[in-house]
Design a protein around this ligand. Structure first.
Ligand code: SF4
Length: 696
């Protein structure tokens, strides 16, 4: 098997590809970012977001653990691909690697290092000998043809390729990638997944857990499959992720069939979804290549504000452009999908959205399709203006007629009087709420004063209060490690308000510790519920939380740690969560009120009521990084203590923030002077009614 002579290293095409290559990250990222990276002045970029830098470090550390695990297994051969590696030495290393189960490619990323790494990857893929896993694979973005070289359009380096069965006389390979997050998001249905150890990928076991398999990871694996296909090396269409589902050091591959229709509500497979995204990315690359050559081409992408923007290097550049263009994606609740649907119908600014007609939008929200056609038809039937509205509905469609009549559109004339511009908008996108949000923001901009309004149809905002109150917030990172609580109660004899912070927390990443802190948290809730009942009577105890994350985690822990000391049964948890004591503030605050804020996050709302976090950079994302450090056994006790303190202060401020929000809203509900009450959003109607628009 061992070659006698050094091989000739294939260096590939001399020139760069005409169209920039699409890397494995592009199809899962914002395409505007790809465009800006290709054509925009780099000085307009922000610094890399510290969170993303830390995340990249965690990802690299997780990959490094993977390599170490293979090295420690004693079945891996190392192939060093450095600038100074001679061809003879390289040939020997590749030949010797063929006798091992695992081959580890190490490259210094120099020009020659890269060529050697690519050569080693392809030499082993085509003629693996005993090798069943290639670590740090460098797939070539080009292939050799009878006429020279051909570029494949993609670039990418899977962390590992594992050998599949020989098909069509050729060796076949499947990609595996290391990710410092869970492969399974645990938000969907429970099902069975195949798993196997990294060191023995053919030995599979069944793992029953909630999915879905993270879409962005599946996209990246699909990208590698297409790269393998370009070289005729693709396997059976599966790919694997080694995440932290089983702990950082478990090195367990979770497999996914990339051709199974797991995405877009079961309509598309990862390969199909990827094909669409790749085609879009490729179009951006082609457009960018023309622009770089000086051709006059318009951008085919545009900025759209979404969660990805917060950590993107172009965030300020895009935000400035979005503010300037008054883009609707800047509105809380308006997703990119809704903004696109509105744009297609001619509404691309907050100001235009604010000016749509509520009465017409209310009908659209009942999913009446093609309302504009109905309105136009009614307008052509002037002579039947007093006829019942059904006369203008072809079909006839009883459901549509019913919706119209319920909204006082009982005659053809009333239908004709609806606003045609609004009637062109998409149906079933919660248009009334978006119009109200746009009006509150537009009004704040014009008046240079941001006001909160009561949501449409809400006469009073009331938050149930207790004599004993706890504001609670859970923190998780692989394990649910903290239950933080801000307790407040008034001493009945002295009338003095008592407040204190209680955190049930562990910095050891074990199931036993997770169960212990949950049991302590549960005991704390029971203790104060009993005390409240004793001192103040029934229904005097409230626990406030923001969103249903805590519900999900309590149920999960009750099932996971069933039978552990102090852990409540799922029935006990369900009964408590269904009781009057458990109060989710999110629907109360976001459905009853319209905030002039960018989003409905706790941070944005609390900031509006002037609550300040002590930390300079508070966020849920950052807290996961702090926890990594707070629980890192490689750091000293003192170093860990610093991160632990930061984390607990952040949690304490989170629970005090919800308390500040409750107090703020309560102040308005208690006042008797109507001018000091929160105004209803309906008060804005006269300013935005068509015909009155010039007065806004
Ligand atoms: S800031 Fe947002 S829109 Fe702009 S490039 Fe980044 S992700 Fe895309």
């Amino acid at each position: 098997m061992t070659d006698k002579k050094p091989v000739k290293i294939e260096v590939g095409p001399r020139s760069k590809p005409v169209v920039p290559l699409v890397s494995s990250y592009r199809p899962k990222q914002c395409l505007e970012r790809f465009w800006l990276d290709l054509v925009e002045d780099k000085s307009l970029r922000n610094e890399e977001d510290p969170f993303m830098v830390e995340l990249a470090k965690l990802g690299n550390a997780h990959e490094a653990r993977g390599q170490e695990h293979l090295e420690q297994g004693g079945q891996a051969a190392r192939i060093e691909c450095f600038e100074k590696t001679t061809t003879a030495k390289f040939t020997k290393m590749v030949d010797e690697a063929r006798l091992s189960k695992h081959a580890i490619i190490v490259s210094d990323e120099s020009g020659r290092g890269e060529q050697l790494a690519q050569h080693a990857t392809h030499a082993l893929c085509e003629n693996p000998g005993e090798v069943s896993l290639i670590w740090n694979a460098h797939l070539r973005p080009w292939r050799k043809t009878a006429n020279g070289y051909e570029w494949g359009g993609r670039s990418g380096k899977p962390d590992a390729l594992v050998r599949d069965k020989i098909r069509g006389g050729a060796q076949r390979w499947n990609p595996v990638d290391y990710k410092a997050h869970r492969a399974l998001e645990k938000t969907g249905k429970v099902r069975t997944w195949k798993t196997s150890p990294l060191t023995d990928h053919r030995s599979t076991s069944d793992h029953t857990a909630a999915g879905p398999f993270k879409e962005s990871d599946a996209m990246q694996l699909a990208h590698y499959v297409e790269m393998l296909t370009f070289h005729g090396l693709e396997g059976n269409g599966t790919g694997g992720i080694v995440g932290v589902d089983f702990g950082q050091d478990a090195h367990t591959i979770v497999w996914v069939d990339l051709n199974e229709k797991l995405y877009d509500r079961g309509r598309k497979s990862a390969m199909e979804l990827y094909a669409e995204k790749y085609a879009e990315a490729r179009a951006v690359a082609e457009c960018g290549s023309k622009r770089r050559k000086g051709e006059e081409v318009s951008a085919i992408t545009r900025p759209e504000w979404k969660s990805e923007c917060k950590t993107c290097v172009w965030r300020e550049h895009c935000q400035e452009r979005l503010i300037e263009s008054d883009d609707t994606t800047l509105l809380a609740g308006v997703t990119v999908k809704v903004a696109r649907a509105l744009r297609e119908c001619g509404v691309d600014t907050v100001a235009k959205l604010a000016r749509l007609d509520i009465a017409t939008a209310q009908i659209l929200d009942h999913k009446v399709e093609e309302l504009d056609v109905l309105v136009a038809d009614a307008r052509s039937m002037r002579q039947y203006a007093n006829s019942p509205v059904g006369a203008a509905i072809s079909g006839p469609d009883a459901k549509v007629e019913d919706v119209l009549v319920k909204h006082n559109v009982t005659t053809v004339g009333a239908l004709a009087a609806l606003d045609l511009e609004t009637a062109k908008m998409p149906a079933g996108v919660n248009l009334v709420a978006h119009i109200d949000q746009a009006r509150v923001v537009d009004y704040a901009r014009r008046k240079k004063m941001a006001h909160i309004f009561r949501a449409r149809g809400v006469h009073a905002v009331s938050i149930p209060r207790g004599n004993v109150e706890i504001h609670t917030d859970m923190e998780e990172d692989g394990i649910i490690y903290c239950w933080g609580n801000y307790l407040s109660w008034r001493n009945p004899s002295t009338g003095k308000l008592r407040t204190s912070y209680h955190a049930f927390v562990t910095f050891e990443r074990t199931d036993a510790e997770e169960a212990r802190v949950f049991a302590e948290y549960w005991a704390f809730l029971q203790e104060w519920q009993n005390k409240a009942a004793e001192k103040f009577g029934v229904d005097t105890f409230k626990v406030f939380h923001y969103t249903q994350a805590e519900d999900r985690c309590m149920r999960h822990l009750a099932k996971k740690h069933a039978g552990a000391a102090g852990v409540p049964s799922i029935e006990e948890v369900d009964a408590f969560l269904a009781s009057e004591a458990w109060v989710d503030l999110y629907p109360i605050l976001t459905k009853s009120l319209v905030w002039p804020t960018d989003d409905h996050s706790l941070k944005s709302l609390a900031k509006y009521v002037r609550f300040m976090w002590r930390d300079t950079d508070p966020s849920g994302a950052n807290s996961t990084l702090w926890y990594q450090k707070a629980s890192d056994p490689n750091l000293s006790d003192d170093e860990r203590k610093i991160w632990q303190t930061r984390l607990l202060q952040y949690n304490e401020d989170d629970v005090q923030a919800t308390a500040a929000l409750v107090d703020f809203v309560d102040r308005f509900t208690k006042v008797y002077d109507m001018t000091k009450k929160l105004p209803p959003v309906e008060d804005l109607e006269p300013r935005y009614r068509r015909g009155a628009l010039t007065k806004v």
